[in-house]
Design a protein around this ligand. Structure first.
Ligand SMILES: O=C[C@H](O)[C@H](O)COP(=O)(O)O
Ligand SMILES: C=C(OP(=O)(O)O)C(=O)O
Ligand SMILES: [Mn+2]
Length: 389
């Protein structure tokens, strides 16, 4: 596949892209690209129109959005039973959310494709051995040995098949009339995977890998390939906005990603941590004044990650509650609609975040199972929604 190209005065230039796997030398790289390019898209243009219409109701203020699931999905969890357990938690959280706010809730799983992770460091030391860091099952294995951590492009095909399996299980839970989904979503990170899955539809090209792709905080550079790829497809899309997002950057992102000011097209996923009081008001004000009918979504997880005394990554439920509450207040103060929540939550009773049933950092070891970031367990997620709304 060609890299994303941009026409400039001197011809076509490939755009830079952060966080990409190092696997172009692999003998199977070309073959996997060809296989993906001829594979069935996982979603249809009709479904995307339906999702966009549902998100338009969130943007206009008559519904809410809940997006939740693992930080990193596991290939080992693609079965019907794992998927059913996740959907049950997502729906129960969505039902509580809707009941507290007296509005319908459009539901998205971080599911059926959430297999690739951007990372802070390229290497980590495990038991005294330096190994490449785990980047999601689409790229390498979580096993901490040098061979398993090599980037393997065949994993793109395994990710496609695991996504198809999860999606098949999800479709058995759909209630099309109620707009309740849950629809699929993942971070569109690995360009070698996403680009071959672009298909043409009646309204233009669409990304066939998921209903709702989003751009991560580490890959939302205005002149890089991720923003331009998602600008070129018609899916409803998300973009993370972190503490360093100034109003001018937000406006440029909106201009690229939502040039037609289309309700339901763009969701801004706010993940600012303690900086939210300072950073969010001018961003909401500017985007509103520019007339972009975005969905405002709070991700109160990613700005609140800390290192526990035990060495594990964790998050405090109290910090998560504080950010979600501040988000609602600030967005309403600016005259906009707080569209909803983006959570990392497990279907199981894990002990990865502190708060509620996990009394302190010393309890984290009991059932810490995340492949990447610490997730809320269901009880903590219910407490969050019950407290904030
Ligand atoms: O999920 C988000 C990122 O991939 C994650 O927070 C990165 O974690 P790291 O800082 O441990 O690399
Ligand atoms: C990578 C993630 O978040 P962010 O891009 O906001 O850091 C994520 O949602 O897992
Ligand atoms: Mn995460």
């Amino acid at each position: 596949m060609q890299p994303t190209m941009r026409r400039t005065g001197s011809g076509l230039d490939p755009l830079p892209a952060a966080e990409q796997p190092n696997w172009r030398h692999h003998p199977d790289h070309e073959r996997t690209q060809r296989r993906l390019a001829t594979a069935e898209p996982l979603v249809t243009a009709e479904e995307l129109a339906e999702v966009k219409a549902a998100l338009a109701t969130v943007a206009e203020g008559s519904a809410r959005m809940l997006q939740a699931g693992d930080c990193a999905e596991s290939f080992g969890d693609a079965s019907l039973s794992h998927t059913a357990a996740k959907v049950t938690v997502l729906n129960e959280l969505g039902d509580l959310f809707g009941k507290k706010l007296s509005q319908p809730v459009v539901r998205f799983g971080r599911m059926a494709g959430q297999y690739a992770k951007p990372r802070s460091n390229a290497f980590e030391t495990v038991n005294g051995v330096e190994v490449p860091v785990f980047r999601g099952h689409l790229i390498n294995s979580a096993e901490p040995d040098p061979a398993s951590r090599q980037h393997d492009p065949r994993r793109m095909l395994w990710a496609y098949h695991a996504s198809a399996e999860v999606l098949g299980a999800l479709r058995t839970h759909w209630e099309p009339e109620s707009h309740s989904g849950p629809w699929t979503s993942h971070e569109a990170l690995v360009l070698d995977y996403e680009r071959p899955l672009v298909r043409s539809g009646p309204g233009g090209d669409f990304l066939g890998s998921t209903h709702f792709p989003w751009i991560g905080e580490r890959t939302r550079q205005l002149d890089h390939a991720h923003v331009h790829l998602l600008a070129s497809v018609t899916n409803p899309i998300g973009c993370k906005v972190g503490p360093g997002t100034d109003p001018e950057t937000a406006l440029r992102l909106c201009a690229l990603l939502d040039p037609d000011r289309e309700p339901g097209r763009l969701t801004l996923i706010v993940r600012m941590g303690g900086a939210i009081e300072r950073a969010l008001p001018p961003v909401v004000r500017a985007v509103r004044q520019a007339g972009h009918p975005v969905v405002w979504l709070s991700d109160p997880m990613h700005g609140n990650t800390v290192r526990a005394e035990t060495g594990q990554k964790t998050r405090y439920l109290s910090d998560i509650i504080d950010e979600a509450a501040a988000f609602t207040r600030i967005v309403e103060e600016q005259g906009a609609h707080p569209g909803g929540l983006h959570l990392e939550v497990a279907a199981e009773d894990v002990t990865e975040c502190v708060g509620g049933p996990v009394a302190g950092e010393r309890q984290l070891g009991a059932r810490y199972r995340s492949l990447c970031d610490p997730r809320l367990n269901p009880e903590q997620a219910f407490e969050l929604i019950d407290t904030v709304y």
